[in-house]
Structures are given as structure tokens and as C-alpha cells.
Write a new protein. Sequence first.
Length: 425
Amino acid sequence: MLRKTSLSIVCLSAVLSSGAYSATLQEAYQSALQKNETVGIQNEQVQQIRERVKQVRGGMFPQINANATYFMQPAPSDPVAKQFFPERQTTVALTANQVLFRGLREFAAVRQQKDLVQSQEEIRNQALIQLYQDVTSSYLNILTLEQDLDNISVQLKIYDERVKELSSRVRRGESSSSDALTAQSSQAALNAEFEIITGNLKMAREAFAFLTGLPTTEPLTDPELAKSVKIAPLQSYLDRIESRHDVKAARSQHQAMEEEVSIAKGAHWPSLDLTGNYYFKRPDGFSEDLNWDVQLKLTVPLFEGGTTQSRVREAASKRIEADLLLSRLRRQADQEIRAYYENFKTRLKQVEALEKAGELSERNYKVLQKDYRRGLARNIDVQMALTDFRIAARALDQARFAAQMELVKLKVASAEIEVPKVKED
């Protein structure tokens, strides 16, 4: 039964078969990618993390600086001291400093920043997928409202014909005036509903235009939505949890916290630096002929008040926190997929039931209408049958669009939607 129902979703709307140009869902999404500020913000955040990788890596290369100083002091009275401490001291030098060893913290820091880049890229991808879901929801909402207006228009024509028929019967004395008034009352109520839905459609169009940048008058039809859909076994969706962008972002964040522990532990190790100076100008005296020097500096941390070990414990705590967040995200993804899967199956069953209900209500209305003309049925029975037929027809189209939205949610939750390539400045 479920396989049969999956094919019933193809008849989303008669407008889908129109040959006129209109914006498809993918075209609307591409327009949203161009207009939506969220995409630009996410791209800039990725770029910022990439620059941090270069900054950390740059700290591993030699640092070269040009230095110039001019120093004045009172002239020493002692001639010997004057040779060491002249009254005017001018120094111009080129200084190079190379980090030789930092407890391997610098390499861990580079790996950490790379993990953070991957995490930020996945966060961006997740934002793009969320944008796709938002665009799809807005797109389908407009199609639902437009189809609802089409259904009401068809039903209003039926009421027009029925009111004319009943008015003629009243004039001929074959029906009471209340029969015509009842039909006219239902017709007026349907007209009022038509106006409400028209207003809702205008608001939906404005929201869609803000999201995508497309005009509010842009026609929307997508033949892709009219294709048959099939639902795979639940396990095939659950197996894709690790492919979700938010899960991959959390994994990279966890790896970054692993490196944070290595960085903190590296502070326990000695550090070794090499510094060299080349002097273009030195103060007059004993050192004026010495135009270069090299210094090798070893620093062994002995006691820092427990701050280093505290940083290690803090980093370990962050790693545990990242692990717990990843675990929670996986469980949440599992719950989302199961919920969307059941919702989609329920929608398919609802579509099948409404199709049957629509067929029966339409047959019932036509039979009662014939019987009424032959005097075998009451007007109230015909009116109720027409109302049931109208409700079933509208509910069926609404259920079909709702099923499409549930399918999109399921695909998003199971990472079946591909992330588009975004041009980065």
C-alpha cells in the first residue's frame, strides 16, 4: 500500500504541467544564495579561520626585524667607564629570531586550526542546507495557497451553477426559497474564504521575495516536484547520520579540542630559541667593531603556580564537553530522522485516504444531485455532500504538498541534499 501511495503524490497541481516559463525550486534556491546575507557571513567566517591557520604557521618561521636606537646619558668621569658607556650610543641592527622547540605546541596549534577550518566549513554547509529547507518551505507554501485558490475557484463555479438552478426551481415553484438561500450563504462563505487565502498568499509572496530576491509576481512551477517519490527503508537514512554537516562539524570541533590538550601539555616542556643580530652601527667603544652576535636561549619551566596544569585540566574538560555535544547531536539526528520518516509515511497514507475520500464524496454529490432533481433527495443532503466534496478536494492537495515538505525534511536530516558550490571572494 505504501508503494502505491508514493506514486499518488505526482499530481501536485495542474499548474505544474504549464509550459510557460516560471521559477523552479532550484532556481529560487540559487537566487537565495546570491541574495541571502547568511551565505556571505558564513563565507567570511570560514575565511577568518583560514587566516588563523596562516598566522599560527607563520609563528614557526624566522622573525626578522630591523631595529634602531639612539641613547643619551651624562658622560662618565672615569675614562675606562667612558669606553663602556659612551655619552651618545647609536645602534642599528638586523635581528632574526627562530623558535627551535616549544614542546611541539606549534604543530598541535596548526592541526587545531585546520580542524577548526573544517568545522567552520561544515557549519557553513549546514547553514546552506537550512536555507534550502527554508526556501522549499516558502516555495511549497505558495504553491499550496495557489492550488487552494484554484480549488475554490472551481467550487465557486459549481455554486454559481447550483444557485442558478435553485433560483430557477424557486421561480417554477419546485423548491422553497430557503434552498436557494442556503446555497447562496455557502457561496458567500466560500467567497470570504477566498479573500482570506488571497491575503495569506500575498504575505507568503512577500516572505518568499525577501528570502530569494525574486519578484513577488514570479510564477512558480517545478516539474521536478511532480515526479514520483519512493521511500527507502529507515535504516538507509539512519546510516547517513555521520554524513550530516552538523555532525561532521562537531567531530572536527572534538578533534580541535584534542589538540588543545596537546597544546596545554606542551607548556611543561622546555623552550629553545635562537636569536642573531647583525649590527650596521654600534656605540663607540669596545663593542663598535663587533658587527654580529648569536644567542641560544633555553628556558626550563620549574614553577608557575600550577597555572600550566590548570590549563591542561581545562583543555581536557573542553574535550569531554565536545565529546558530549557530539554524542547528543548524534542522538538528536537519530530522533529527527525517525520522526521525519514516520511523518512522511503518515502523510503518504493520508494522501491515499483522502484520494479515496475525494472520489467517494464526488460520487456521492453527483448521485444526490441527480436524486434531488428527481425529487428523491433533500436540498440539505445535496448541500452537505457538496461541502464534503469541497473539503476533501482541498485537503487532498494540501496533504500532497505537506508530504513533499516532509520528504525534504527527511532528506535534509539524512544529508541527502547536496551542498551547492558557493563562489568565494
